[in-house]
Design a protein around this ligand. Structure first.
Ligand SMILES: CC(=O)N[C@H]1[C@@H](OP(=O)(O)OP(=O)(O)OC[C@H]2O[C@@H](n3ccc(=O)[nH]c3=O)[C@H](O)[C@@H]2O)O[C@H](CO)[C@@H](O)[C@@H]1O
Ligand SMILES: C=C(OP(=O)(O)O)C(=O)O
Length: 431
């Protein structure tokens, strides 16, 4: 199992190319099941989750080819994938694969919409809470799906096809919104989603679906209207830049000091996080090309933040921000409102000498003058990123174990950071 070794204390300076977003790439790939024509996705990140989803989709009948390799000056070019599901050969998505990744459960929507049936294992994913799928199933049932849970699988049928409906989500759900968009795109009649997720990844999926011939309006707002169509076509689409990757490197640069340009990042996609950094004393500038983040000498100021659905501060940057606050000049309170168990990083950050105590859904972080390197263990994807950020600023050596969590969502992390001056290497253990 690989480990990552970091010797802290170097400032970060340079340019970091931002990859395509994992959380956009996954639903975009799944949308290829909705048509017998070719869906081409550019700027696909090289991530473990993407490879796993390719395996799941190919079981279901998606033929794929991938091209595009690294080019020029150390920049990532992203990959281009062509996906064609001429026919659905298997409407089952098995436990062995779906239990490893939350988003793969979303295949239930295109399978049901296109084939009238689906049998999909209940999902897995990061251990950050119970993560039920009741709202996803509620949306499909509102559209006419009949669903039972049998042997750990959601077994869905739509013998009379799907039909448009009014769907009100009692809670904002990204996955629920993705599933409803895909199913409603091929339903008969009009669907209106109320209290839909407004995340940029939802907008990206709606854009692809519209290029495929869907009639979706309002994506990015709380109310989305979908006029169903009988069939969808192929299309070409570029995966949007990863706002969580960009936010993570912004926090890394804020932590170490220095100046980093996040090449390709779109400030509007993570404005709440950039605003928080600005309040912590970090200089932020953005333009059409990307976002510049700098902290030259001044202290890190403490700040209270609470996670909430977009456009508020994202839960996927909570752990990274907590790492930054461990070095702030004062006390900050970080409140997690999305997932009930997303504080696994607290006990690992304590190994660096951080002072953090939990009070219900909040972490109270008392900044310390210095962190010290330590052996630590990654517990989930974004928690792992928080350990990298702490290690970059800690005195001495840190060894991070279980880095397969990082490989789910950060493309070429060591390379991107070392090109900016970090002392970081991957140690492959056992070949
Ligand atoms: C692959 C992907 O895009 N993952 C993201 C997606 O996850 P995901 O789509 O799983 O997250 P949701 O937005 O659905 O979850 C939000 C909240 O709703 C709850 N809920 C959700 C569905 C449901 O049927 N019932 C229910 O109660 C969840 O437990 C959670 O408390 O959005 C999360 C919130 O921004 C991010 O942290 C994840 O990185
Ligand atoms: C929680 C995450 O991913 P997933 O929903 O795939 O578990 C994440 O991207 O931070």
């Amino acid at each position: 199992m690989d480990r990552i070794r970091i010797v802290g204390g170097k400032t970060l300076n340079g340019t970091i190319p931002i990859s395509g977003a994992k959380n956009a790439a996954l639903p975009l790939m799944i949308a290829s099941l909705l048509t017998d024509r070719t869906v081409t996705l550019e700027n696909l990140p090289r991530l473990a989750d993407v490879s796993l989803l390719v395996r799941i989709l190919s079981n279901q009948g998606v033929d794929y080819s991938i091209d595009g390799r690294r080019h020029g000056e150390g920049r990532e070019a992203g990959q281009t994938v062509h996906m064609t599901a001429r026919e659905i050969v298997d409407t089952t998505a098995p436990y062995e694969l779906v239990s490893r990744m939350r988003a793969s459960f979303w295949v239930i929507a295109p399978l049901l919409a296109r084939s009238g049936q689906a049998r999909v294992s209940l999902p897995g994913g990061c251990a950050i809470g119970t993560r039920p799928v009741d709202l996803l199933l509620m949306a499909l049932e509102r559209l006419g799906g009949e669903i039972e849970i049998e042997g750990g699988y959601a077994v869905a049928k739509a013998p009379k096809g799907l039909r448009g409906a009014e769907i009100t989500f009692p809670k904002v759900t990204v996955g629920g919104t993705h599933v409803a968009l895909m199913a409603a795109a091929l339903a008969e009649g009009t669907t209106v989603l109320h209290n839909a997720a407004r995340e940029p990844e939802v907008v990206d999926l709606a854009e692809l679906l519209n290029k495929m011939g869907a009639k979706i309006s309002g994506a990015g707002q709380s109310t989305i209207e979908i006029v169903g169509v009988a069939r969808l076509n192929g299309a070409k689409h570029r995966v949007l830049p990863d706002r969580i990757e960009a936010g993570t490197y912004a926090m890394a640069a804020a932590m170490t000091g220095g100046e980093v340009f996040l090449d390709g990042a779109r400030a509007q996609d993570f404005q709440a996080a950039l605003d928080a950094l600005a309040q912590c004393g970090v200089q932020i500038e953005s333009n059409d090309e990307g976002v510049r983040v700098a902290r030259n000498g001044g202290p890190i100021l403490p700040l209270d933040v609470a996670t909430a659905p977009f456009p508020a501060f994202p839960t996927d940057l909570q752990a990274q921000f907590m790492a930054l606050m461990t070095r702030a000049k004062g006390v900050s309170r970080i409140t997690e409102t999305i997932f009930e168990n997303r504080f696994m990083h607290v006990q690992e950050l304590a190994r660096f000498g951080a002072h953090i105590r939990l009070e219900g859904d909040s972490a109270i972080v008392e900044g310390v003058p210095a962190l010290k390197g330590a052996p630590v263990m990654a517990t989930d994807l974004r928690a792992s990123a928080s350990l990298v950020i702490a290690a970059l600023a800690a005195e001495g050596e840190t060894m991070i174990q279980r880095v397969y969590h990082l490989d789910r969502g950060f493309e070429a992390l060591e390379r991107k950071l070392s090109l900016c001056g970090a002392e970081i290497e991957r140690i492959s253990v056992g070949g």
